[in-house]
Write a protein that binds this ligand. Structure first.
Ligand SMILES: [Cu+2]
Length: 130
């Protein structure tokens, strides 16, 4: 089990990366985290309706993690009980994609979990649907 503090630190970093707009600024840096997951969306910024979520996973050496099981939970945190769940599919080179439909704008929380061999890493990512 990971400590809550550890998770909070990783979430902070992912929000910073997302705030930068994400796409081309993939600069892997060595951190204490076993993996780093970054999110991109299509469209960007995401709007209510169909949104493709594009994740990139790198390990603690900045190397892409491919062939993992990639679980996605999306929770509309403005309400209770509005949750979606699915698996993102491996696109190669550490990229994973899933097509979603956000039926409501507002604050959503993505909880993503990557599992491959010894790696079992969960990360929360805030998502503001316009
Ligand atoms: Cu809702």
């Amino acid at each position: 089990m990971r400590s809550p503090l550890f998770v909070v630190l990783v979430v902070g970093m992912s929000m910073f990366l997302a705030a930068c707009g994400g796409a081309a600024t993939q600069t892997p840096t060595a951190t204490a985290a076993p993996a780093t997951i970054t999110l991109n969306t299509n469209p960007n910024p995401p709007t209510a309706g169909d949104v493709e979520l594009l994740f990139t996973v790198v390990d603690d050496q900045g190397q892409p993690v491919s062939g993992a099981d990639f679980d996605v939970i999306a929770d509309h945190t403005d309400m209770s009980g509005m949750t979606m769940h699915g698996k993102a599919t491996d696109q190669g080179n550490g990229s994973y994609a899933i097509m979603t439909n956000f039926s409501m704008a507002g604050n959503w929380m993505l909880t993503v979990q990557v599992r491959k061999e010894a790696l079992d890493f969960k990360q929360d990512i805030d998502l503001d649907i316009k």
